[in-house]
Design a protein around this ligand. Structure first.
Ligand code: FAD
Ligand code: DHB
Length: 393
């Protein structure tokens, strides 16, 4: 079996794994990333669009911020529409100067791949049957199969950055991990289209027919979502049916400017809240979607992954540079404190804006009252804004 030695073995070449790999490499810490899929497959998944400013800063620290800073858009606010009217959330004004960056996860991942290649970083694609071994020992290792050959990576630490369906969390014995979960009876049907976005700033819409979101990737590329029952598939929806339903859920003055066109991607994402505690088992550390998932409403998922990476990167630097393991010992606790706040905010935004099939008329009135309260109280809006732009790391 071919064997190599590295300091940090990373499972998963999504944004979490790649960002950590890049930051460690820049600081002289050797690492290898094992990714199950091809680069093209990973880049074909259309996911997040909104980055908090702390994440954007981390991308710059990783020498990956140039294209984000030229092609990404800084957004100082967004809208919440209900009762046929748009209401603006002035992120910048409410937070004393913070904003978010609208830059797609696809482009961000492409930048990270390019940066890894430029530095000669090792990212093994199409690594099959990745398995962590001897996780609780001082000499853990990974095995995988590439082109039919079994390979081994010896390392000091394993990072499980392999997303919700990955192998790392599942390798932890059931009595050593606690799972908290809530699933929602609906998903988001997303459409990407080469059309001019209907609004320069995002519109989150609450409507009796269900939630809708108008987002964008650039001034030529729009991303729209509508809430659909969980049983439905993207193939159940023609483009025409999608646009017709979206129009029914948006205020008239928005619909008047909506440019429609063929979809270039259409998919359904289920909504789920999930946390695994603790985020460490022996010498394996979980990061990103491998440890926690949020419903996408508050745009927290990728941003929570970035805060895990921030804590892990600093903890590993302290270990290798100063022989100080306090950061590694405290990683799970520190990361989870922020993760749970992201969970709370995502659950709150989801509950505020979606139609729940089991809601009573009382529940619907409360939802309406919550929206009315929000836009009548500067303090309530400030709490929303502070969470949306991202709590401090
Ligand atoms: P992933 O992106 O899932 O990457 C994990 C990688 O590990 C994958 O490449 C996978 O192929 C690989 N892998 C899996 N199993 C194995 C294995 N056994 N061996 C090796 N490799 C493996 N977040 C936001 O912050 N803002 C948003 O606006 C936002 N919008 C979203 C919209 C949608 C529709 C969806 C679905 C998500 C959205 N998110 C958003 C969430 C965000 O996309 C995720 O939180 C983010 O992808 C997490 O990154 P990750 O690297 O931890 O996991
Ligand atoms: C997008 C996704 C989100 O979950 C969100 O809250 C805002 C924007 C997007 O894909 O553009």
């Amino acid at each position: 079996m071919a064997a190599v030695k590295t300091q940090v073995g990373i499972i998963g070449g999504g944004p979490s794994g790649l960002l950590l790999s890049q930051l460690l490499h820049l600081n002289g810490i050797d690492n290898i990333v094992l990714e199950k899929h091809s680069r093209e497959y990973v880049l074909g998944r259309i996911r997040a669009g909104v980055l908090e400013h702390g994440f954007a800063k981390l991308m710059r620290e990783a020498d990956c911020g140039d294209r984000m800073d030229t092609e990404g858009e800084v957004h100082d606010g967004f809208f919440i529409a209900y009762n046929g009217k748009k209401n603006r959330v002035d992120l910048k004004g409410l937070t004393g100067g913070s904003s978010v960056v609208v830059y797609g996860q696809t482009e961000l991942t492409r930048d990270l791949y390019d940066a890894r290649a430029k530095l000669g970083g090792v990212v093994v694609h199409l690594a099959e049957d990745v398995q962590p071994h001897d996780i609780t020992s001082k000499t853990p290792y990974l095995t995988y199969v590439k082109d039919g050959k079994k390979c081994r990576v010896d390392c000091d630490f394993i990072i499980g950055a392999d997303g919700f369906h990955g192998i790392s969390r599942k390798s932890i014995p059931a009595d050593k991990i606690r799972l908290y979960e809530r699933s929602y009876p609906f998903g988001w049907l997303g459409v990407l289209s080469n059309t001019k976005p209907v609004s320069p700033e995002l519109i989150y819409a609450s409507h009796a027919r269900g939630f809708a979101l108008c987002s964008l990737r650039s001034q030529f590329l729009s991303r729209y979502y509508i809430q659909v029952p969980i049983e439905q598939n993207a193939s159940d929806w023609s483009d025409d049916a999608f646009w017709a339903e979206l129009k029914l859920r948006l205020p008239n003055d928005v619909v008047a400017h909506l440019e429609t066109g063929p979809s270039i991607e259409k998919s359904v994402a289920p909504l789920r809240s999930f946390v695994a505690e603790p985020m460490r088992y022996g010498n394996m550390f979980l990061a990103g979607d491998a440890a926690h998932i949020v419903p996408p409403t508050g745009a927290r998922g990728l941003n929570s992954a970035a805060s895990d990476i921030y804590y892990l990167y600093h903890a590993l630097m302290d270990h290798y540079r100063n022989g100080d393991d306090a950061g590694l010992r405290e990683y799970s606790q520190k990361a989870l404190a922020r993760v749970w706040k992201g969970q709370r905010f995502s659950w709150w935004m989801t509950t505020l804006l979606h139609r729940f099939p089991d809601n009573s008329v009382f529940d619907n009135r409360l939802q309406q009252t919550e929206l009315d309260y929000l836009f009548s109280s500067e303090k309530a809006l400030a709490a929303l804004a502070e969470n949306y732009v991202g709590l401090p790391f």
